[in-house]
Design a protein around this ligand. Structure first.
Ligand SMILES: Nc1ncnc2c1ncn2[C@@H]1O[C@H](COP(=O)(O)OP(=O)(O)OP(=O)(O)O)[C@@H](O)[C@H]1O
Ligand SMILES: [Mg+2]
Length: 434
């Protein structure tokens, strides 16, 4: 017979060996770094201008970044920072190379969610973040999933659980309880709420002293930051249930939204959430903080079936929230939760597969124009290969046949372009904060 103490012993054994095992499987060359981009990519795929025009413009002004010249090659290779400097300083045909961004508004937030495991959420989140960064946007990713696929893919593997969404939630509980207690003290006696006390197990973790910036980590992409997750954050679901009990008036689902509200409006342009394959405290925080909901789904019948249950359960969970007793939670969000846009996105799609085509048309019949026009195609170019999941944008096109790379890139570019247009439309609907 085995009990919790046997499990605890097994875990202690594993923890003791963890450092050693990491050493055996780790080498510094595997630290994630970002490659350079060739003049061909910079002109045609990133700025979408004629290659010789761009070459001419760069040659005419030596103060502009000149990239590195490859050995035995004609191409110059530019870093992301160089690309962004060119973008800021150069106009081509009197047109700015900067991406559109409404002024006076905070960053736009999109949640990539579905409770179907393996639907492609993390792959979509990673590719949209990279495509947006190459498009000139400053991106913050929030990993709500303790499987931490997105965090690992972005090169973050040593993350302490206090610096995850769980830390944000626990810190929010402390701050909100404090705020309610202060409000209760100021109110007329008799109408005041009872004073709530949190146990030292919550208040003694030092979370109240953490600054916002402690949660935000930089990545090998200079314009992408991430709030990472880690396996130890899995207990957030369990802890959050306890926290709700400690203070039932706490709007637990709005914790991350409040955190993001407290960042300067112009710190980022797009905020992308990778959600866990479940509806729980973490995914409800993601969904509540999101302006736009993107629901990826594979093109099979069971995936359609499970996507249908997902939207049903999400609807019930959101309806429950709308009855939250403290009608309007602190922060800028309102109840009932309303999204500016909701889209379904087919992933791992193969146009040559009859079943996939049939499912695509079924999705179209059922969900109409809520289905994104550009599905993400199945491609061997993004299959998990090594320590990190790498996006097609990170992969050097010389590592595979040019055709495979181009097709994969075109598929993600198409889906991203549509995503960006949808976000721009949603941005218009956001209230200005100035
Ligand atoms: N377009 C694609 N072409 C080929 N393989 C893909 C594609 N999209 C995703 N995959 C592969 O499918 C697997 C699951 O993808 P991913 O991790 O993105 O799904 P997920 O929805 O985030 O999963 P989970 O629910 O576990 O978080 C991965 O191995 C990934 O490499
Ligand atoms: Mg995932």
């Amino acid at each position: 017979m085995y009990t919790h103490s046997d499990l605890a012993q097994l875990q202690a054994q594993s923890l003791k060996m963890q450092g050693w095992i990491r050493q055996q499987t780790y080498s510094p060359e595997l630290e994630k770094t970002l490659r350079r981009f060739s003049s061909w990519e910079v002109a045609e795929l990133i700025f979408r201008v004629n290659q010789s025009t761009l070459r001419g413009r760069l040659a005419a002004d030596p103060s502009l970044p000149q990239g590195l010249v490859e050995e035995e090659g004609r191409q110059r290779w530019y870093s992301l920072d160089e690309i962004n400097e060119i973008r800021r300083r150069l106009k081509v045909n009197r047109k700015s190379l900067m991406p559109p961004r409404p002024s006076g508004k905070r960053a736009i937030r999109a949640a990539i969610a579905n409770f179907k495991g393996g639907a492609g959420k993390s792959t979509v989140a990673l590719h949209f973040a990279h495509a947006a960064a190459l498009d000139g946007y400053r991106v913050l990713c929030v990993d709500f999933d303790p499987q931490a696929t997105l965090s690992h893919s972005m090169g973050l593997s040593d993350v302490a659980e206090e610096y995850t969404v769980w830390g944000i939630m626990a810190r929010d509980l402390i701050a909100e309880t404090e705020r309610m207690n202060t409000a209760a003290q100021g109110a007329e006696s008799g109408t005041a709420l009872p004073r709530r006390r949190l146990p030292p197990s919550v208040t003694g973790m030092g979370l109240a002293e953490l600054r916002n910036s402690d949660f935000i980590k930089s990545t090998s992409w200079s314009t992408i930051d991430v709030i990472p997750s880690c396996a130890n954050a899995a207990f957030v679901e369990f802890a959050s249930a306890q926290y709700r009990h400690l203070n039932p008036e706490w709007s637990f689902f709005a914790a991350v939204s409040r955190f993001l509200d407290s960042l300067p409006d112009d710190a980022y342009d797009m905020i992308i959430f990778d959600c866990p394959p479940a509806i729980g405290y973490q995914s409800m925080n993601a969904v509540f903080a999101a302006d736009v909901l993107y629901i990826p789904s594979g093109p099979g019948y069971w995936e359609y079936d499970s996507t249908t249950s997902f939207i049903g359960q999400l609807s019930e969970a959101l309806e429950d929230l709308s009855r939250f007793s403290n009608a309007v939670p602190a922060g800028t969000m309102r109840l009932p939760k309303a999204f500016c846009d909701i889209r379904f996105l087919l992933t791992r799609y193969e146009a040559s597969n009859d079943l996939h085509r049939a499912m695509r048309s079924a999705f179209g019949k059922v969900f109409g124009d809520r289905v994104a026009e550009h599905p993400i195609e199945m491609t061997r170019a993004v299959e998990q290969s090594g320590r990190f999941l790498s996006s097609i944008y990170e992969t050097d096109y010389r590592e595979m046949t040019r055709e495979t790379w181009r097709r994969a890139r075109a598929s993600f570019d198409g889906a991203y372009g549509e995503f960006r247009d949808n976000l721009l439309a949603a941005w218009d609907e956001l209230e200005a904060t100035e």
